[in-house]
Design a protein around this ligand. Structure first.
Ligand SMILES: [Zn+2]
Length: 82
């Protein structure tokens, strides 16, 4: 006895009939949309985030303190502003 084909989304047996083949291999439009959502969020989301140019430029001009070493004043005291 052959096993009935199942919907890959909800694991339910696919309905039989003329209209059932519309959403093949899914049982309904809801499951077909769910599978489409997986592709959109899982596959197409990664290349859509290629906006690293701006983030790199911001990171380069971030810390200003690290670039200039503190100049030691006379007597070894730091210049205190009142
Ligand atoms: Zn289904």
């Amino acid at each position: 006895m052959p096993r009935a084909p199942q919907c890959p989304i909800c694991k339910r047996p696919l309905p039989e009939g003329a209209g059932a083949a519309v959403f093949h291999p899914f049982c309904s439009k809801r499951c077909a949309d769910a599978d489409l959502g997986r592709w959109l969020t899982g596959s197409y989301a990664i290349p859509a985030v290629e906006v690293d140019d701006e983030s790199e430029s911001e990171a380069g001009g971030g810390p200003d303190e690290a670039g200039e070493p503190w100049p030691p004043g006379r007597g070894g005291r730091p210049p205190v502003r009142h």
